[in-house]
Write a protein that binds this ligand. Sequence first.
Ligand code: HEM
Length: 437
Amino acid sequence: MSVTENTAMQIPPGPVDAYDMQTDAMTFDRLADWIPAYGDLIHVSPQVRKAPAFVVNHPDFIKHILVSNHANYHKGVGFERVKMLLGNGIIVSDGPFWRRQRRMVQPAFDRSVIAGMAEEINQINLRLLPKWQAQARAGEIINITAATNDLALEIVLRGIFSEDYARILAEHQGNPFAFLVDDSSRDLKLAVRFRALSKLVAEIITQRRQRTEQPRDFLGIMMSMQDKDTGAAMADKELIDEVMTLIVAGSETSATTMNWTWYALAIYPQVAERFYAEVDAGSYTDSPGFTQLAELDYTRQIVEEVLRIYPPVWLYTRKALGEDKLGAYTIPAGADIFISPYYLHRHPEFWPQPEQFDPTRFSEAAVKARHKFVHIPFSAGPRRCIGDFFAMVEAQLHFGLMGRHFKMEYQGQIPAELAPEVNLRSKHPLLMRIRER
Ligand code: HEM
């Protein structure tokens, strides 16, 4: 056997004991031990599963998997339960069906569409403003985790349904989607309730089909798209799956980002000082317009740093379709791949003092000087998050407006405990004494 072949047969270092990785706290803890011990590519023998797993924690390898050789990778383990909720929506589908659907959904996330939604998002925040003012004046401690959950859910629902949302609320005496954020479990009962909502979405689609013109919201744009090969529009079932996908993918992720951002502002006074100076200096009166978001660049940097330290999707998975090479190592067909933004975002080779919260890591110059694939809260390549821009705009609008009015005093232990489940949430709701500035 030649030297090259011999090297290619080598297995990367890894734990001796077999273990099936999951998106859960135990895997989170194991990775904290394994990554410093075994390095940037780790082999984990399967316990019950058939194929070995590889933990990939180097930006060159990650670029290879997500971009250069993405066609060799499908979505991986851990999506079974999400699939139960989301049918065949783009977050779970693969292959030609995914490609077709992604092309049909993509125009809904065009910059011009998001720009058109900024005013609606401002209105949602402006409606929340008097409530927070009253709570501040009453000296209340608020549950910012619950508040940002409700906010992000409403924002994504209005993004999808625009004016139909008000009608849904009126007809259902409340928000029929609310249990999605109230109920943190991801069990079968939730799935059953969730699928019941698809009936509601189906009704809206039917009503909308009677209209000659569709509103410029996510649903309206998705309904007006046609397959570029066949000319067919999306069937009801496909639309329903994509709507459900957007609700699930777009609410908790954005909510936890805003949750952790308030936390960061509360516990890092120097960051807060610069943030408040920036929002106070903004040229807007009540709320920033879309074009004024460029004035909130430090705010953007804070959110990017929050996404580095607390990436909501802290672990994602792929399945290798065919054999592949990562450096000197062979990845066999069928292998499970695990990429953890949480650990990559703390890689000491790329992030000096990784545990330090420093938004200026995201100044334009600092970003340019760094490996592009070392900050991947939204993933990368063709399967990159479709809502990345929407999420950033949503956060900037919220903090640009609310930052003018409020500061939060955090009431819990520091650091707040993490709950690494499907998303990386705070283990307990974050409580804040809300004060007017
Ligand atoms: C800060 C907020 C968000 C974060 C951190 C985030 C993160 C991610 C990540 C990491 C993925 C890729 C997962 C994987 O490859 O396994 C993803 C995919 C996706 N996200 Fe987001 N997301 C956020 C907000 C949103 C929003 C607001 C929406 C929609 C309104 C959205 C819709 C989607 C969809 C549809 C996909 C699947 C894309 C595809 O596979 O083609 N996300 N997101």
